[in-house]
Design a binder for this molecule. Sequence first.
Ligand SMILES: [Zn+2]
Length: 233
Amino acid sequence: MNDMQSIYDLQMTDLEIRDIYSELDDIARKLSSDQDLMVINGRLEKINKALEAQESDRRQKEREISELESKISELQGMLYDGIITNEKELQALEEQKGYASEELTSKEDDLLELMIEIEKLIDSRDKHSEAVQKLLARKSSDLIHLSARKKDLTSDLDKKQSERQALALDVPADLLSLYEKLKKNKSGHAVSKLEGRLCSVCRVELPVKELQDAKAGIRLVQCNSCRRIIYAS
Ligand SMILES: [Zn+2]
């Protein structure tokens, strides 16, 4: 029966149109999603802030070290230039120099630890920056690829929609309205191909009379179980 062939072809076209829409939605989502880039940029921002704070800390420590070095050198001068000869004063200067040297050692250790932390942060910043660059490059290549695919799909969609219009004209109005109703309830699959004696969708066997009529194409046969329109090729 030609009507059954037409309705089956109509379903195939509708399913193809549905797939095109679904892929177009997918592309639109991919093109508008910057979630991954936002996450990695957020991390990079945190690293940069931490790095800025550590660098400022480092400059402060370096200033303190330089001041201590000047102080020690000044004390050293006072101790050995021979101007101060009083033993007690010399002893006091020696003690001051000792304290300053201890403080210097401690500050140098702190600076060293800080430098190690800064190096780690720089390493992490470089890795994140590299990841951002890679991601941007990938996105730009995706954009080219996805835009081309979108163009092809849009043209396919136009073609399929014209085909659909032409096919729908061949289907009698009552059959078309039954198809549309079933399509809504059966997630697009209103027509079921006959497989031997079975409805290919719900796998229930057709009664002999229905089977013969469907095969002969003399009338519209619906599956007794799922109510889909039976199409016998
Ligand atoms: Zn069925």
